[in-house]
Design a protein around this ligand. Structure first.
Ligand code: ATP
Ligand code: MG
Length: 341
């Protein structure tokens, strides 16, 4: 058994396209943090990807720091996981180009996430269209085995396998084929019942608190079943969130109350608000402490970036050789210059 077979490599990213929300936590961050003990974890802040929706430079860099603070406050341990900014590894953009040359346009035409975003009014730029190619490059450049994500990203990982297969068929075996991994909160609904998304304006932020949090919880869309009537918890957005944040026994009790009748959506929302405070309250102080010393988070990202980049450069040496490109000029110069000393 090889080392990599014993310790799988996990890779995942989150875009700094806004404040992280409950969908990001239960679909992605929770499993990222749990998996850092089970293999080699590489997690990055996808700032190249966020440029598909954020075109304000200040907002992009602020959101990048915010994502870092969220992860660290929630338990990401930089001694266990390689945590970095996507743009600290510019080689990934080169690999995206290489992959795009073995990827049929028809594959990208089928991407549902692109269609959903365009339907929500996001500009259909080439970057948004080619998003799955950059994501495939992110996964493949670290030769990743498992990609822990939410359900909306599963199609992109299937596309990544297609791209890796196309590359390996054309140029010889370079990339392992990655698999996705889903958590229990693989598809968390937003305030409007659609997928909770940073860019859809329907999110409850992980670190929202006080009146702002209450206002959002109270605005979750429900149907018009009267208070006294029995209700179906399985089709209710409030219950879908409650079962994620509350302990299992609490969720069972609420489901029973829904079915019994005499329990209104207003009551369910109050219980949800309390459960969110119980679930994330303990992390808020740590988040505030980390925010007071941003140099720490910056240092973590810089160190992670250097480690990630060394991995990516090793893969790109193989890729360049496989496709018939010369080594990177700087590496070629190092190889031919006489040793100093
Ligand atoms: P954007 O609207 O900018 O695309 P987003 O909220 O969809 O932002 P991403 O950064 O695209 O968040 O995704 C980060 C991770 O969170 C991915 O693994 C994605 O699958 C997961 N995720 C996003 N939204 C949800 C959701 N509603 N339920 C479960 N997982 C989610
Ligand atoms: Mg998204």
């Amino acid at each position: 058994m090889t080392d990599q077979a014993k310790r799988p490599r996990f890779l995942s990213g989150v875009q700094p396209s806004g404040r992280l929300h409950l969908g990001n936590y239960f679909g992605a961050l929770r499993q990222h943090i749990a998996l850092q003990d089970e293999g080699e974890a590489f997690y990055f802040i996808a700032n190249y990807h966020a440029m598909t929706t954020v075109q304000d430079p200040g907002a992009l860099s602020r959101a990048t720091l915010d994502v870092a603070l969220d992860y660290l406050a929630l338990g990401l341990d930089p001694r266990k996981a390689v945590f970095f900014r996507q743009s600290d590894v510019p080689e990934v953009a080169e690999l995206a180009w290489v992959l795009s040359c073995v990827t049929g346009k028809g594959l990208l035409d089928r991407a549902t996430s692109y269609k959903d975003k365009v339907a929500r009014g996001i500009t259909p730029s080439m970057g948004l269209y080619a998003y799955p190619v950059l994501m495939a490059a992110d996964i493949l450049i670290y030769r990743s085995n498992v990609v822990p994500v939410g359900e909306d990203q599963v199609q992109h990982i299937e596309m990544t396998r297609d791209m890796a297969t196309a590359f390996n068929t054309a140029y010889g075996e370079v990339f392992p084929l990655p698999a996705h991994r889903l958590d229990a909160g693989a598809k968390v609904p937003g305030l409007d019942g659609q997928k909770m998304s940073k860019s859809y304006g329907n999110a409850i932020e992980i670190f929202e608190e006080g009146g702002a949090l209450k206002k959002k919880v109270m605005s979750i869309v429900t149907d018009s079943t009267p208070l006294e009537a029995p209700k179906n918890p399985e089709t209710c957005n409030v219950f879908a969130l409650y079962r994620l944040v509350a302990p299992p026994a609490g969720a069972e009790e609420m489901a029973r109350r829904y079915r019994a009748g005499g329990f209104g959506y207003g009551d369910a929302k109050k219980a949800l608000l309390a459960a969110i405070n119980d679930c994330f309250g303990p992390f808020r102080e740590e988040r505030k402490r980390l925010a007071r010393e941003p140099a720490y988070a910056e240092g973590v990202l810089a160190e992670g970036g250097a480690r990630a980049r060394a991995e990516a450069q090793a893969t790109m040496r193989r890729v360049r050789e496989a496709v018939g490109l010369p080594p990177m000029p700087v590496e070629a110069a190092e190889a031919s210059s006489p040793r100093k000393g």
